[in-house]
Design a protein around this ligand. Structure first.
Ligand SMILES: *Cc1c(COP(=O)(O)O)cnc(C)c1O
Length: 455
C-alpha cells in the first residue's frame, strides 16, 4: 500500500508521529515514495536519524564552524532563496561579496586593496582551483611570449591538503610534493632550489598545515625564491593556502609577514567557514593586484546594464553564507576576531600543557604561535595505539582523528585536536579527563566500555 494512503488521511484527533505508518516501517531508501508524507513525521524521523551523526561540537577533527550566533541562523534562513550568481537580480548580495573581498585584501595588506580582485567560492578547495588556474595561465602566457614550450607545468608544495592534488590532476599539472625532512612538519625554504624549474607555475605555502596545524615559513620561502630568481633561475610566484591561518594570523600574530606584504605572494585563499566563523559553504580568494588574474579566465555576466566579472567553477550557489560572512566581519571587527581567536588559542595552549603532562605523549605542535590546535604522537609501544585511543574517545562522543604524517614521515602516527569558537575551557577539561581515563583503561588492558559521567 502506498504510504500516503495511510499517513495523509490522518485519524481525527490522533496525530502521533511514532504510531503513524511512516515510523512503523523502514524509511524508503532506494525508491522515491509514491505519495507525500506528513511533514512533521518526516522531519522528526530525519532528526532522529541524524542524531547518529554525533554532536558536531564534539568533532575536534574539523576546522569548520560548528557554532553560530542566532543572527547568523536568521540571516541564513531569510536569504535561502538568494542565488549568488544572480548578480543582476541580487545586486546587494553581490555588493556584500565585493565588500568582503576588499576587507580581506586590506586585512592581508594588498597594496591596492580597494581595486584588487577576488571572489567568494564554496570553500578553500574551489579557491585553490581558481588560484592554481591563474598561476597556470600566467606561466603559460610567459612561456608562449618567450617562444618556449608550455606543455609540462608543475606546482611545488609541501604536505598540502588534498584540494591541491585535485587541482593538479583535474588541470593537468605535475604536483611536486617535497618530502618532509626528518624533524619538519612542513616545507622548508632550503628545499626549494632542488624542485623549482622553468616549468614551475608557482609554489604553494600553507598557513596552517592540515596535518599538524603549524605555519610554513612563508617569508623564508618567498626570500629563497627571490634568491633563486636573482641567481638567474626561474621567477616563481607564491600562492598562500591560508585556509585556516588567513583568519588567525592577522589577529594573533599581526607582525608575522606571510601575506601581500611579501611581494612574491600573488594570491591567498581562506575558508570563510573555518576560522572566518561563517557557516559552511564559503571560501575566498584574493589576488595581490587586479592584473595578476588573467582576463581570459573571467567571464562577464550582465549586471544592471553593465557587466559583472565572474570567476567560479560553479554557477548557482547560495548567497546566505556570504551575507553571514559579512555579518561576522561587521559584528566582530578586528577586536572581536582577536578576542575570539585568542580565547581559542589560550584553550589550545592549556590543552597542550595538560596532554603533555599526562605522560605518554609527545607534542608535535603545542598550540602556540599558529592555529588554535594541538598535535601529538604516542611514545614507544605502550600496548595500544593512537587509533585505539581515538576509538575509545569516540565512546565518549569525542571525534579525534589518528593518522600518519605525509611522506617521508609516514611512519609517525599523530592525533590532531582543533579548538574552535564554541569550545570552552571547561569543555577542554572534560576532554582531558576523558583522555586520561581512556589512557588508563587502555594501559591496563581493559576494554574501554564504561562511559564516566562528569559532575
Ligand atoms: C581545509 C583546508 C583546505 C580545503 O578547504 P575547504 O574549505 O574545506 O574546501 C585546503 N587547504 C587547507 C590548508 C585546509 O586546511
Amino acid at each position: 500500500m502506498a504510504l500516503h494512503h495511510v499517513t495523509s488521511g490522518r485519524d481525527e484527533g490522533f496525530d502521533d508521529v511514532y504510531s503513524g505508518l511512516l515510523s512503523r516501517r523502514p524509511l524508503p531508501k532506494y525508491r522515491l515514495p509514491e505519495g507525500p508524507n506528513d511533514p512533521r513525521a518526516v522531519h522528526q524521523l530525519l532528526r532522529d536519524e541524524l542524531t547518529l551523526d554525533g554532536d558536531a561540537s564534539q568533532n575536534l577533527a574539523t576546522f569548520c564552524t560548528t557554532w553560530s550566533e542566532p543572527q547568523v541562523k536568521e540571516l541564513m534562513a531569510e536569504n535561502m532563496a538568494k542565488n549568488m550568481i544572480d548578480k543582476d537580480e541580487y545586486p546587494q548580495t553581490a555588493a556584500i561579496e565585493s565588500r568582503c573581498v576588499h576587507m580581506l585584501a586590506d586585512l592581508w595588506h594588498s597594496p591596492r586593496s580597494r581595486t584588487t580582485v577576488g571572489c567568494s567560492t564554496t570553500g578553500s578547495s574551489e579557491a585553490a582551483m581558481l588560484g592554481g588556474l591563474a598561476l597556470k595561465w600566467r606561466w603559460r602566457a610567459g612561456r608562449e611570449a618567450a617562444g618556449k614550450p608550455a606543455d609540462r607545468p608543475n606546482l611545488v608544495c609541501g604536505p598540502v591538503q588534498v584540494c591541491w592534488e585535485k587541482f593538479a590532476r583535474y588541470f593537468d599539472v605535475e604536483l611536486r610534493q617535497v618530502p618532509l625532512e626528518a624533524d619538519a612538519t612542513g616545507l622548508r625554504a632550503h628545499q626549494l632550489r632542488e624542485h623549482v624549474d622553468d616549468n614551475t607555475i608557482g609554489v604553494v605555502a600553507i598557513l596552517g598545515v592540515t596535518y599538524t596545524c603549524d605555519y610554513e615559513p612563508v617569508a623564508e620561502i618567498a626570500a629563497e625564491l627571490d634568491a633563486i630568481a636573482a641567481d638567474g633561475g626561474p621567477d616563481v610566484p607564491v600562492h598562500v593556502d591560508a585556509a585556516s591561518g588567513g583568519f588567525i594570523a592577522p589577529f594573533l600574530r599581526p607582525d608575522l609577514e606571510w601575506d601581500f606584504r611579501l611581494e612574491r605572494v600573488a594570491s591567498i585563499n581562506t575558508s570563510g567557514h573555518k576560522y572566518g566563523l561563517a557557516p559552511l559553504g564559503v571560501g575566498w580568494i584574493v589576488w595581490r593586484t587586479a592584473e595578476l588574474l588573467p582576463e581570459d579566465l573571467v567571464f562577464d555576466v550582465d549586471y544592471l546594464g553593465g557587466s559583472m566579472p565572474t570567476f567560479a567553477l560553479n554557477f548557482s550557489r547560495p548567497g546566505g553564507e556570504i551575507i553571514a560572512q559579512y555579518y561576522n566581519l561587521l559584528r566582530l571587527g578586528r577586536e572581536g576576531y582577536r578576542r575570539v581567536q585568542r580565547a581559542c588559542a589560550d584553550t589550545a595552549a592549556h590543552l597542550a600543557d595538560e596532554i603533555s603532562r599526562m605522560g605518554p605523549f609527545t607534542l608535535l605542535y603545542d598550540g602556540r604561535g599558529a592555529l588554535p590546535a594541538v598535535s601529538y604522537t604516542l611514545d614507544g609501544d605502550p600496548g595500544y595505539s593512537l587509533y585505539d585511543l581515538s576509538e575509545a574517545l569516540r565512546a565518549h562522543g569525542w571525534q579525534i582523528p589518528a593518522y600518519p604524517l605525509p611522506p617521508a614521515r609516514q611512519d609517525t602516527v599523530i592525533h590532531r585536536i582543533l579548538i574552535r569558537h564554541g569550545i570552552s575551557r571547561d569543555r577542554a577539561d572534560l576532554l582531558v579527563a576523558d583522555i586520561g581515563s581512556c589512557v588508563e583503561t587502555l594501559a591496563s588492558g581493559r576494554r574501554p566500555e564504561r562511559v564516566t559521567f562528569h559532575h
